[in-house]
Ligand binder design. Structure first.
Ligand code: GLN
Length: 240
């Protein structure tokens, strides 16, 4: 078995070392004897082919970088939409997450999004910066991470990624964080999202394998003792 991972625009969307998430997917595949091929498209690349891609990763960035990336992404809007509607796995973090929706309105102007999911983001005064803990219906373990965003995201009736147990989440008010749409996860959780949350990583891998090989996949469990202890430490530290 083999999985192809595409890292989109790591030259610009790379806050907090979001790239570590790619390494995490690669390792967890490798430890199970599954081949992983990682390809990257930077803003300089002209080609764009999702036909044999199994997982797409888009990281986070400042408003300035997001604006540059937004134009590139819009050039490939139809390919990305077809991929998502065909159950392609996509994980988008913070700036990348905001660009999945209809728009991101900042004080400087409006960035048009990919319109993949019915959501929109507006910048408001003050940044939401904090550790964050979620309870997601998709996983037994709480999801832990770190958020830093000026945008507030309204996800309408979409399924959130999780309920906020600590931190701000989508807008600091709704009590929810991120979205799940088909096999897309959009989230404000930055940096080592997947190393900190192995169940999230395995969900992405499982969905990608099922889509590619057309059968239900039960991934071989790995020894996640250290990850579980680190996760529990954060939950105990912030959730009373
Ligand atoms: N520029 C966006 C915001 O501030 C996203 C930031 C990020 O990716 N950390 O809301």
């Amino acid at each position: 078995m083999k999985i192809k991972i595409l890292h989109l625009y790591p030259d610009l969307l790379n806050l907090y070392g979001d790239r570590g998430n790619i390494e995490c997917m690669r390792k967890r595949l490798m430890w199970r004897g599954i081949d992983a091929e990682v390809v990257t498209y930077t803003c300089e690349d002209s080609g764009f082919d999702l036909s044999d891609v199994d997982i797409v990763f888009i990281g986070g960035g400042s408003d300035r970088e997001q604006k540059i990336v937004c134009h590139r992404l819009l050039e490939h809007k139809d390919e990305i939409r077809n991929y998502v509607e065909d159950n392609g796995v996509l994980v988008a973090v913070c700036g990348g997450y905001q660009l999945l929706g209809d728009y991101y309105q900042t004080d400087e102007g409006r960035m048009e999004g990919l319109h993949l999911v019915k959501l929109h983001t507006e910048q408001k005064p003050g940044r939401l910066i904090s550790n964050i803990v979620l309870k997601s219906d998709l996983f037994d373990m709480p999801v832990v991470g770190f958020e830093n965003h000026g945008g507030r995201t309204d996800i309408g009736d979409n399924q959130p990624f999780g309920k906020v147990l600590y931190g701000s989440g989508n807008d600091g008010e709704s009590g929810y964080e991120g979205i799940v749409y088909k096999h897309v996860i959009g989230t404000y959780l930055h940096g080592p999202l997947l190393p900190k949350n192995p169940q999230v990583c395995d969900w992405l891998i499982e969905k990608a394998l099922e889509r590619k090989y057309g059968e239900e996949i039960k991934l071989q469990p790995l020894d996640d003792q250290e990850e579980k202890e680190a996760n529990a430490y954060i939950v105990n530290r912030f959730v009373k």
